[in-house]
Design a protein around this ligand. Sequence first.
Ligand code: SAH
Length: 253
Amino acid sequence: MKQRPTFPARMDSSVVAAKVKPLPSANLPQGLGMDSVAVRQRMVQKLAGLGLSDPRVLAAMGRVERHRFVDSALVNQAYEDTSLPIGLGQTISKPGVVSRMVELLCQGAVGKLGRVLEIGTGCGYQAAVLSEVATEVYTIERLRGLHEKARENLRYLRLAHVHLLLGDGMLGYAQGAPYAAIIAAAGGEAIPTAWTDQLAVGGRLVAPVAQHRVGGTTGTVAQALVVVNKTSQGLSQTILEAVHFVPLKSGLA
Ligand code: SAH
């Protein structure tokens, strides 16, 4: 599906767009340096071994330098298949989960995705991965500290087609709609109707959603990945594997 980008979009008072500006190279995190290419290739091979097969996603995972998005003390773990803390009680998802979700998002699409909305920018890593597979990325974060951290982290990439927004992602971002794809990095009780409203016909949404199971005397709550397809006939939903994401919360902080 072809989407015509409309940025710069109209702003409302609850949403602030931040421009990604270049940073002098002296300020770049040192991290793993040139060696990271080989380390990343090993990570990509492991992801392929786990079943990742979409060449667009394999290439994106090979290109984006995950070590630049984590604290310097965690750089050595950047290419392990593990989630890592990014501050303010939040975590960057493990590469296996990021690549799985982006692959689900790309399924059925030919070439690049059009406009994509990500809820939960966090440190900006997944937004960078999405920027490799989509023509336009809108990513929204409710925590100002992380919104700013992502802006710093993404600066060196100079991605004019990635738009960082500070706002409540539960409301989506109507100014950029309709989206070819929507991806959430935080899990709620249900998929907000704003998201499905803002999804284009023919579009697809991937999000972790709470699943309630009654077991014994106490009910248990787990999360599962949910895929929603929007067609001219309406919405269809598929529930996939269990996942563990930070909670989707409303309002700014
Ligand atoms: N994609 C991120 C993962 C961040 S963790 C990365 O690559 O680093 C999920 C993020 O979702 C957290 O930063 C959390 O603050 C954010 N979040 C939770 N509820 C939100 C909401 N309603 N709107 C926007 N962001 C939200």
